[in-house]
Ligand binder design. Sequence first.
Ligand SMILES: *Cc1c(COP(=O)(O)O)cnc(C)c1O
Length: 404
Amino acid sequence: MIKTKRKEGYRFVWPKIGKEEEAAVVKQLHQSISIYGGGGIFEKFEKEFSKYHNRKFSLVCNSGTSAIHSMFVAADLKTGDEVICPAYTFFATVTPLLFTGAKPILCDCDENGNIDPLEIEKKITKRTKAVVVTHMWGIPAMMSDICAICKKYKLLLLEDCSHAHGARYKGKLVGSFGDISAWSLQGAKLITGGEGGVLTTNNRSFYEKALLLGHYNKRCFNDIRKKSDFYRYAQTGMGLKYRAHPLAIALAYEIFKKFNKYSKFRNQYAKNIIKVLSKVSAVELPSAYNNSDIQPSWYALLFFIKDKCAISKNEFLNKASRSGLFDIDSPNSTKPLNMLPLFNNPGKFFPIYSFGFSEFSYRIGDFPKAENFYRRVIKMPLGIDKDDKKVVDYYKEKIVKILS
Ligand SMILES: *Cc1c(COP(=O)(O)O)cnc(C)c1O
């Protein structure tokens, strides 16, 4: 493939692979490239990750999707259950649920793109078992209200924190509200091993069931209590394999070590850009950016172009691209799930969803707030060190110039 050199503009580099990242991976390469029983780099990462989130158990997996699947299985979700899920999220928040037989009840979003507590309450029935939250683009969902609803109706709270490593709501880290939480460690995410995932919980029984889904034999024998009903299944587990790659976890551990440092820069850059953008009359910012309860992770910085402006979103994106702002975009694959064929016609691959109480089929138009958010939102990444200042400044100046 021919690589074209872009003369104009800048790109944000992520992750930054330096000497320390290289050394961590090479060290692991000589130690072990497959960890059967837990321990080693898995244990190191899991211990730190649990400590950071104040959780008892962490389990590294080979993807965020497999961690989310493990979360649903651990929560014992199955045919006949209803699970309230965000309509606006990356699809892998919900698609693993289809393998459990439980029915996803999609729910519209609030003005920050997150599942709306008022909408959640409207969707609760006697079959409802759990509520799933994604902290979209790093903005924590309204956790006080959502936790209160889950408590009132005795529902499990499950968090997909794949956009929101280190984000806080009222000072508390996302991922430490729910009964079980999952993160992706994929290459674009804020803590990354290239590919990978991790799950946390305080509940030993949930942890053991997550182990059984994808971590058979040694790790199950080591980590499942002998007196547990699950122990006798340790050799096979449930038969899937979701074990992480040690090289990926070695890289993720190195990046996790730098996470606080990176977050400080992201916060600074975000503050700086927001200050400038808030003075541009064509720009609208998510209300969360003005809410002291909410500390985003800055997986992306979001903004909108006000309706009835001289410039449309597409015109802006074209101009941005021509000005070299290659990393500004309008998220495409992260769209309301009711706009996806799989959620229009799930029976095609999952027959259980084509009849009886499990039947569902979503249509375009079902979630107007999510669809409107998706159509309008523009996102850009942020820098993580002082070298990124020139890129951030370039983006900032060009955005203002295009929109003023
Ligand atoms: C990335 C992501 C996932 C899936 O994670 P993978 O590691 O790619 O499997 C799930 N949910 C959200 C919100 C994500 O951003």
